[in-house]
Write a new protein. Structure first.
Length: 454
């Protein structure tokens, strides 16, 4: 099989892909109505649905999921007897954080230094465009050889399990022989990679209350228990001196076997400042793919500007815990909750609320679909062999799909390589990666269909 006709077609479609990605990025589709209007997500869902209809998908529907968001579904029938492949992406995005720190507006796709910048450009609106490019290339070169289902989730970044619950209630909807999750990324630009493992996650909000109301720090400071100081002390118990995660009862000594992540490369990718050390122990791959990692993702406290000399009566924080394969996210949630409740200082009143949870995932990289993907990536990336790596992030839907369809093969690819800086300011996508991965996906669908004929 040759990649040339497919690659030439995808190359010719890239200007259209850029224009479409710009339209999709323009929607402020953060699935949190406290930050952005729900109408932004609804408009993005409508755009995705219209794109599927334009490609002759049938049964296109906006699925109202239990968490109040919408996922978009469509089916493109293939030849009689052909296998079914489910293509996944999500159109919701992380908040832009500090918009003033972006070098260009976060919801305006902007080309700079050979990359396209914008919130969701890589994670994961670009993943949906990748699917469209692959299908259009096949249509222009003999047709799509498999039945294709597409599901575009509307709340993946919030971790509120809307699509997982919907799929469990409608188990026939997403059934497929193979599932391609377009929400991970290459180990680095130009190195074709499939993701073998994902860490799960749990997200908790913890509140400490110590006083009936705020007090003057001069009159009462030194004896009155300050809730913000209590919160700082409590959160500090979640890490050892070297930065290793320390949640009572949670093991953290697993090792990663496989592709390694050189420390100097990681420092460059993470933009660690000169003289600042990494945290934790073991190899970098151990720390980010095989072990639990706690992060304080938010604290409610007075800002520096406008701060008054007051003791705080209450403090609240949001804590994320990444859970590696081999550990259970529900048990990790229990352990983290117990840790927070038992380590609060000075008898501070503690309340803990769970706001999200997802199990870790491990793919079967020996399955036939991986053989087809390896051949496709070899053709799309001449001179390179497909690599397998872990990913520290979470995609809770993977375990739901694996449980519903145990015979289905699940592959994880995508556009979120290190330079993409997903979830941070100045997120971007490499147009070259978008082009090559679209070629790889198209070739995979063709190779996979051929393999099933035998």
């Amino acid at each position: 099989m040759t990649a040339r006709p497919i690659s030439e077609t995808v190359a010719s479609l890239m200007p259209r892909a850029k224009a479409e990605l710009a339209e999709l990025v323009a929607f402020r589709s953060v699935a949190d109505p406290a930050q952005f209007p729900r109408s932004e997500c609804e408009a993005a869902a409508g755009w995705v649905a219209d794109a599927l209809r334009a490609e002759d998908f049938q049964d296109v529907a906006l699925l109202d999921t239990p968490d109040g968001t919408q996922s978009v579904y469509g089916c493109l029938p293939g030849p009689a007897g052909a296998p079914t492949v489910l293509l996944y992406a999500h159109y919701d995005v992380q908040p832009p954080l500090d918009e003033s720190a972006w070098l260009s507006p976060p919801f305006e796709l902007t080309e700079r230094d050979g990359r396209w910048f914008g919130r969701g450009a890589a994670d994961c609106k670009g993943g949906f465009i990748m699917h469209l490019l692959a299908l259009r290339a096949l249509k222009a070169n003999g047709g799509v050889p498999v039945t294709v289902k597409v599901i575009a989730e509307g709340s993946e970044e919030q971790g509120t399990s809307g699509l997982e619950e919907y799929a469990e209630a409608h188990p026939d909807l997403l059934t497929a022989d193979t599932i391609v999750i377009g929400d991970t990324g290459n180990f680095r630009v130009g190195l074709p990679t499939v993701t073998a493992t994902l860490r799960g996650m749990t997200m908790l909000r913890v509140q400490l209350d110590t006083l009936a109301g705020n007090l003057h720090s001069g009159q009462f400071g030194g004896a009155a228990p300050d809730a913000l100081a209590a919160m700082i002390q409590l959160l500090a118990t979640l890490r050892a001196e070297d930065g290793t995660t320390t949640v009572d009862g949670l093991t953290g000594d697993a090792r990663w076997d496989g592709l390694q992540y050189p420390e100097e490369d990681f420092r460059a990718d993470a933009k660690v400042l000169d003289g600042v050390g990494l945290i934790g122990s073991g190899t970098v791959a151990d720390r980010i793919w095989a072990r639990p990692a706690v992060t304080v993702v938010g604290i409610d406290c007075p800002p520096v500007v406008g701060a008054t000399p007051s003791l705080q009566a209450s403090a609240r924080a949001q804590v994320s815990l990444r859970v590696p394969p081999g550990q259970d996210a529900a048990e990790a949630t229990r352990l983290l909750t117990a840790h927070l409740e038992s380590h609060a200082p000075w008898g501070a009143r503690v309340s803990v609320e769970q706001v999200g949870q997802g199990q870790p995932f491990r793919a079967d990289v020996t399955s036939p679909a991986y053989t087809s993907m390896a051949e496709a990536m070899r053709l799309a990336y001449p001179g390179e062999e497909m690599q397998t790596s872990g990913m520290g992030g979470s995609i809770p839907l993977c375990n739901t799909l694996a449980g519903l369809y145990p015979e289905a093969e699940i592959l994880l690819i995508g556009l979120s390589e290190p330079e993409a800086q997903i979830h941070a300011v100045n997120e971007s996508v490499s147009p070259e990666e978008l082009e090559r991965l679209s070629v790889a996906e198209a070739l995979f669908l063709r190779t996979y269909a051929e393999s099933k004929k035998g």
